[in-house]
Design a protein around this ligand. Sequence first.
Ligand code: UD1
Length: 422
Amino acid sequence: MDSIIVTGNGPLNGSIPIAGAKNACLTLMPATLLSDEPLTLTNAPRLSDIKTMSLLLQSLGAEVTSLQAGKVLALSSHNLTSSHADYEIVRKMRASNLVLGPLLARTGHAEVSLPGGCAIGARPMDLHIFGLEKLGAEIELREGYLHAKAPKGLKGAVIELAFASVGATENILMASTLAKGTTVIKNAAREPEIVDLADCLRGMGAQIEGDGTSTITIQGVDRLGGATHPVVTDRIELGTYMLAPAICGGEVLLEGGRLDLVRSFVEKLDAAGIGVTETPQGLVVKNRGDRVKAVDVTTEPFPGFPTDLQAQMMALLCTADGTSVLEEKIFENRFMHAPELTRMGAQIEVHGGTATVTGVERLKGAPVMATDLRASVSLILAGLAAEGETIVNRVYHLDRGYERVEEKLGNVGAKIERVKGQ
Ligand code: UD1
């Protein structure tokens, strides 16, 4: 397995292009299953999770062609051959469960293995099942697979989610576009990736209103057509790279970055003393080298502070002046980066879903282990500011969510290299 070696070497300056959102692309791709006409996604990120989703869709009979070095994905599901999403693919990535709703809506049945994904908590699928059952599906769990069928087709319903789950909202949204009548999703997730999915589905002919709010209303249609859709900017990649100059000092332009995607995160950066400016080219982050101030952070569904930036924010707060309290409210086991940061000299105490970070003047490089996707990149960020060399081992999770991380950080002056594993 590859490792990444980072050596802390001072301020970063220049610009970093931000890719299309992994999490948007992973829900836009299965939308192809809803139609027999082509779906073209532009601004796609080049990541291993996208390859996993391509393999899954291909195993169902969809065609997935990667164009322009992976930046454009041409998808077609005119000839679906299977409704079976196999464990061998699904276990690699939880987002595989996003084929369930569209397969069911288009073909009337689906067998989808329960997923794996990051080791950050139990991550059940009860809300997906609840919503699809409300639409009239019959779903049973047998031998690790959800067996879903809708022999008489899906029927619109009012569905109130107990929690604003992103994946459940996406699955129900996709399925209900082809259901008979009106569906109302209450307490729907409001993430920008949901809005992006709704935009794409509208382009395919779906009738959707209210995305981006807690109540989404869908008027079912008989069929969906094709569309070409640009994937929204990756707000998590954006936030991650915004933290690089925040941690090391310097001035970096995040190309394509938009304030509306990261507002709650920017509020916390502001409180920590980091300046962020929006320009037509993107967001500019500047830190003259002053030590940041401690801030408290609580993760919440959008528009709150994203759980997917908690680990990276912790890396920043490790060297803040004062004590910060981070509360993780979305996943129950998402502080696995804390013991690794502690190996670099950070002072962190974890009790349940709360981490208390007492800032130290400087971290020290150390060999550390990447435990999940966002934890991996938090260790790289910490390494950028640490004294000496940090070796981040087992970085395969990183490649699931960040394209060319060494190149992007290297181009703004970071000393970072990948060492190929066996
Ligand atoms: C998506 C993102 C992930 C992000 C998360 C929260 C993708 C591919 N992944 O994941 O990066 O961290 O949103 O912003 O878009 N839950 C249930 N029952 C369910 C579904 C979820 O209890 O049926 C719980 C989960 O265990 C978790 C919480 O709800 O504790 C959030 O999950 P959810 O919003 O569904 O996240 P994902 O869609 O899996």
